[in-house]
Design a protein around this ligand. Structure first.
Ligand code: TRP
Length: 349
């Protein structure tokens, strides 16, 4: 999956499935998730959360995972993890995930999901694990040594997907190698022990990737992110601090003007306008006027989300209930599944 040709194939397949989801939502079960390493930002919103809500509302059966065991793949601490998990639920619900339809669960509460890791590890070779380009990139980016968990987390991700029989998995491009290994594991298990797993498909977002305020990928670790949970004032501040350039006349030119263009894209996504239209409107107004427009657009777009968030945060017991109920429902699914797996393997005593 490392090259552009295979990406094109994945994208084509993904678009075909998206079209079919609109007609036959009942044929799909979606699982996807996030690592609770911090707050969710606009990149998460446009890149995946919006998409999940749309699938849920189209009638696809959805399950959302807060991947807490994946936090320790490339860091040595679980500091703030509880707070991160609660805040993630606040953002999911504020964005329109309905917990009555879509269970939200955490890895660490689902023993049977984690148990799948044992048979699955036996189905992959060390060489295959070592070849995963995303694992390599993440190891380099984090500066962390290659722990056993970092090397094998794509297998754990296969457990996430296969325990609940999900057949569609909305992911970013960087996650495609993990979908591929999941398909291989499903195939190999079926061949070895009998047919039980479906091969899932990765669904790529059709949204343009939202750049961070500096034009690089929006990422908490780059300090270039607009958090969904930020106040209007905090949002204004971070946009004001963003780097533009000395050319007063505003144009959309990603290559040569990454800062200005990232601001234009941010405003375009929040207002459903085009970057060029906004650039032309601001013209000689310079980056001051551009930043003012972006701040207003973002704050206006996020106002209802932030309002719901504040309201929900008044009752953290409810947020905890959502997680407990999600974990309860998902445990039922996982417990049934592990029994079937053990039956296939002859491990029933
Ligand atoms: N690795 C994913 C990410 O960093 C999060 C994740 C964990 C996930 N388990 C998953 C995504 C299963 C899809 C399916 O974004």
């Amino acid at each position: 999956m490392a090259n552009e040709a295979s990406f094109e194939v994945a994208l084509k397949r993904s678009n075909e499935i998206r079209a079919d989801i609109a007609v036959n939502p009942q044929n799909y079960r979606m699982l996807t998730g996030d690592r609770p390493t911090g707050r969710l930002h606009l990149g998460h919103y446009f890149g995946s959360i919006m998409n999940r809500v749309a699938m849920q509302n189209a009638g696809v059966e959805c399950i959302v995972l807060i991947a807490d065991y994946q936090v320790i793949t490339d860091r040595d601490t679980t500091d703030h993890i509880q707070d991160n998990v609660y805040n993630m639920v606040l953002d999911y619900l504020s964005a329109g995930i309905d917990p009555n339809k879509t269970p939200i669960f955490t890895h660490s509460a689902i023993p049977a999901l984690n148990q799948l890791m044992l048979p699955f590890l036996s189905l992959v070779s060390e060489a295959e694990l070592q070849r995963n380009p995303t694992v390599k990139a993440e190891m380099e980016a984090s500066g962390h040594e290659l722990t056993g968990l970092l090397l094998t987390y794509p297998v754990h991700q296969a457990c996430d997907i296969l325990f609940c029989n999900a057949n569609i998995v909305p992911v970013g491009k960087d996650q495609l190698p993990h979908i591929e290994i999941t398909r291989q594991i499903a195939r190999r298990f079926n061949n070895r022990y009998g047919n039980i797993f479906r091969e899932p498909e990765g669904i790529l977002s059709d949204a343009i990737e939202i750049p961070g305020l500096d034009g690089r990928k929006m990422s908490k670790s780059y300090g270039n992110s607009i958090m969904l949970s930020a106040t209007a004032e905090e949002t204004a501040k971070i946009i004001k601090k963003s780097t533009t350039d000395s050319d007063r006349f505003i144009t959309f030119d990603k290559e040569n003007r990454p800062g200005v263009s990232a601001l234009l894209t941010t405003a375009a996504l929040c207002t459903s306008r085009t970057e060029v239209e906004i650039a032309e409107e601001i013209g000689n107004g310079g980056s001051g006027q551009l930043k003012k427009y972006v701040t207003e657009s973002v704050n206006e777009f996020l106002a209802p989300h932030r309002e719901r968030r504040l309201e929900l945060a008044q009752d953290m017991d409810y947020i905890k209930d959502v997680i407990h109920e999600g974990n309860r429902r998902v445990n039922e699914i996982a417990n049934e599944r592990i029994l079937e797996v053990r039956e296939k393997m002859g491990m029933i005593y």
